[in-house]
Ligand binder design. Structure first.
Ligand code: ATP
Ligand code: ATP
Ligand code: MG
Ligand code: MG
Ligand code: MG
Ligand code: MG
Ligand code: MG
Length: 250
């Protein structure tokens, strides 16, 4: 086919390929979800409907991108780890991050009514995304540990904050002042002494975030099927990687 005089503009396009033999992580995060959660009456500090909807959208990403070996999320974020040698879209960074993000966003909206049957979606939510490459297994495991440690820190703070506000009758600024400079042990103590909450008995989904893994299971005696399974466990300790040795072999 004859080329048009306009074809040359293609030369302005630039594509970035992810370095070979490195773990590719795509992390998405909701834009302005503080307000989004308020507007849709999310339960504070943890709305289970919101968390399971995030996990549902993440599972759709894993169904579509079978090279994602593990994903981890909490609050309004999710991280997707592609196996080191994935050749999907020739490892083109923009393709990967834009497709993961748009599929996640549309799935979030697609499944909204299943999770929030009584709440009308007030506007189309958006998610940002970034790509990070990790050269060693250790770096990739530390990345996931970092995200899970963040869940712990945030959740302990948010639970303390909202207990002081909703049950203790403090104004938000007073609760913030009371928590300023406190250690994790102080917050545990405050939750227990003032509100009778044993932090370790809070739902694991709130404390540990959601980890999604691909597992092969026997399907009604008709052979193996691959499913995406949620786990609410510690992924920081070495034990997790010993229990799922296939993860690092891909
Ligand atoms: P940005 O656009 O910079 O990401 P943001 O408002 O989304 O801003 P985040 O730091 O991403 O800020 O925090 C997300 C916020 O969304 C939380 O602080 C919380 O208020 C709210 N949120 C998200 N998911 C839930 C949930 N399942 N239950 C309750 N609140 C939630
Ligand atoms: P890729 O994932 O590589 O983009 P694609 O199947 O989306 O693959 P495109 O080159 O983007 O391929 O072409 C989009 C195709 O979608 C069109 O060729 C056409 O078949 C179909 N299509 C999109 N919009 C319309 C429309 N409004 N009416 C009819 N067909 C449409
Ligand atoms: Mg942010
Ligand atoms: Mg956000
Ligand atoms: Mg966030
Ligand atoms: Mg195309
Ligand atoms: Mg197309």
């Amino acid at each position: 086919m004859a080329k048009s005089n306009f074809e040359y503009v293609r030369d302005f396009e630039h594509e970035t390929r992810c370095l070979p033999n490195t773990w590719i992580v795509v992390r998405i995060d909701g834009k302005g979800f503080h307000r989004f959660a308020d507007l849709h009456d999310f339960v504070k500090p943890n709305d289970t409907r919101g968390l399971t909807l995030m996990a549902r959208a993440a599972a759709d990403v894993m169904f579509e991108f079978t090279d994602v070996i593990i994903s981890f999320g909490h609050s309004d974020e999710f991280s997707f780890v592609f196996r080191k040698n994935t050749a999907v879209f020739n490892r083109r960074a923009e393709k990967l991050s834009s497709l993961v993000t748009s599929l996640f966003s549309s799935s979030y909206v697609f499944h909204w009514n299943d999770h929030f049957p009584d709440t009308k979606l007030r506007y189309p939510p958006a998610f940002d995304s970034r790509i990070v490459l990790y050269p060693t297994d250790e770096n990739m495991k530390d990345y996931l540990s970092w995200r899970q440690a963040d869940v712990h820190v945030n959740n302990l703070y948010n639970l303390s904050f909202w207990s002081l506000v909703l049950k203790g009758g403090l104004k938000p600024c007073e609760a913030e002042l009371k928590l300023r400079g406190t250690l994790a042990s102080d917050k545990n103590e405050l939750l227990f002494q003032e509100f009778g909450i044993n932090y370790n008995q809070e739902p694991p989904m709130f404390r540990k975030g959601t980890t999604l893994l691909r597992k092969s299971v026997d399907f009604l005696g008709k052979g193996k099927r691959t499913i995406v399974m949620p786990y609410y466990c510690d992924i920081i300790k070495k034990d997790f990687w010993d229990t799922h040795p296939e993860l690092l072999k891909q």
